[in-house]
Design a binder for this molecule. Structure first.
Ligand SMILES: Cc1cc2nc3c(=O)[nH]c(=O)nc-3n(C[C@H](O)[C@H](O)[C@H](O)COP(=O)(O)OP(=O)(O)OC[C@H]3O[C@@H](n4cnc5c(N)ncnc54)[C@H](O)[C@@H]3O)c2cc1C
Ligand code: FES
Length: 302
């Protein structure tokens, strides 16, 4: 099959170049900077932990000194020798450092939580496509759950001049992550908890729907549990609001080589074509909101 060529300005760096037949018509997106400072993408760079911030039950933020540049929504591969290497979203509180907020759920993440200030980890990246940031002073909604709030914090620091509502969801008050950081970065925070122990007693997607009754948004971004993002994408499709989400799939190489993060039935590799994707495109994928695959490729239902 002869593939159509897409015209790309010569001075732009393109990180999405593969043609995916199922996604004909998908727009090519660009990195915002042409002079990106990356850490090595093949061998990990060793960095010492500068600071550890306990955030919520089971979530800690690890701060590293580095001039690494990245787009909101990109991730790094974090290597713990003799444990594992995993993708983690990046965000920044101030220049000259970057933050990784990690939820302790398994072998790698619990080992990260055992580390102390001064301990070293290996980091490659940054990888993936970042979110498309709004141009100009726009009204945006950022809808996040768990550590998924972290890449949304990056949007707050990079989308200067936008009025942002940050709608955070958690099961309970002790699991709410990101409120302080989002407020410090200029976001207006609304919280929804399942048990009503903090903010409204509902899902954050319901809170978002209530906000839509009184407010218009130019762009919506979401990161967190897939069923939450699926609902956000459905609402935005119905209301015709542009929306991008950030997908999570099991990754091995992080650079589009091994295929372990490919999503049925699109050929979309989350590590290199994503992790960010337009909500309407995600809704077309057969596995979106239904299942993902584990380290050996076995289906796991959500
Ligand atoms: C693009 C991308 C960005 C990511 N960013 C972050 C981030 O910023 N912070 C972060 O903590 N993780 C992030 N992850 C997830 C991370 O890569 C690991 O999957 C996670 O740390 C679990 O690894 P583990 O070895 O500790 O647990 P595993 O051994 O892989 O899993 C242990 C158990 O926990 C379950 N589990 C795995 N992940 C979750 C979860 N998120 N919530 C509930 N249960 C889970 C598994 O199904 C399994 O039953 C990201 C993943 C991707 C693809
Ligand atoms: S992790 Fe290897 S292709 Fe995405």
């Amino acid at each position: 099959m002869k593939l159509p060529l897409q015209k790309i300005p010569a001075n732009k760096k393109i990180i999405f170049s593969t043609w995916i037949p199922a996604f004909a018509g998908m727009t090519v997106r660009e990195l915002p900077s042409t002079n990106y400072k990356l850490l090595s993408t093949t061998l990990p760079t060793t960095l010492a932990i500068q600071k550890i911030i306990p955030e919520a039950a089971g979530i800690k933020t690890f701060v590293f000194k580095s001039d690494l540049e990245f787009a909101a929504g990109q991730f790094v591969m974090v290597w713990l020798p003799r444990v594992d290497e995993k993708p983690i979203g990046i965000w920044r509180k101030k220049a000259g450092e970057f933050c990784l907020s990690i939820s302790a759920v398994g072998k790698f993440s619990c080992a990260m939580h055992q580390l102390k200030v001064g301990d070293k980890v290996g980091i490659r990246g940054a990888f993936g496509r970042g979110f498309t940031l709004p141009v100009g002073k726009k009204k945006i909604a950022l809808i996040g759950g768990g550590f998924g709030v972290a890449p949304l914090l990056s949007i707050l620091s990079q989308a200067k001049g936008c009025a942002a509502d940050v709608i955070i969801g958690a099961r309970s008050k002790n699991l709410v992550f990101g409120k302080k950081h989002a407020e410090a970065l200029g976001g207006k925070v609304l919280i929804a908890t399942n048990d009503g122990s903090c903010g409204e007693k509902c899902f954050n997607t319901e809170l978002f729907e209530r906000m839509l009754l009184k407010k218009k948004y130019d762009f919506v971004y979401s990161c967190g549990p897939e069923l939450m993002m699926q609902r956000v994408a459905e609402i935005c499709k119905q209301k015709k609001i542009p929306c991008e989400i950030s997908m999570e799939r099991y990754m091995k190489c992080g650079i589009g080589v091994c295929g372990s993060c490919a999503v049925d039935d699109s050929g979309f590799c989350v590590c290199s074509h994503g992790p960010t994707i337009e909500g309407n495109l995600a809704l077309k994928m057969v596995e979106f909101g239904k299942y993902h695959r584990d380290s050996v490729g076995e289906r796991k239902n959500f």
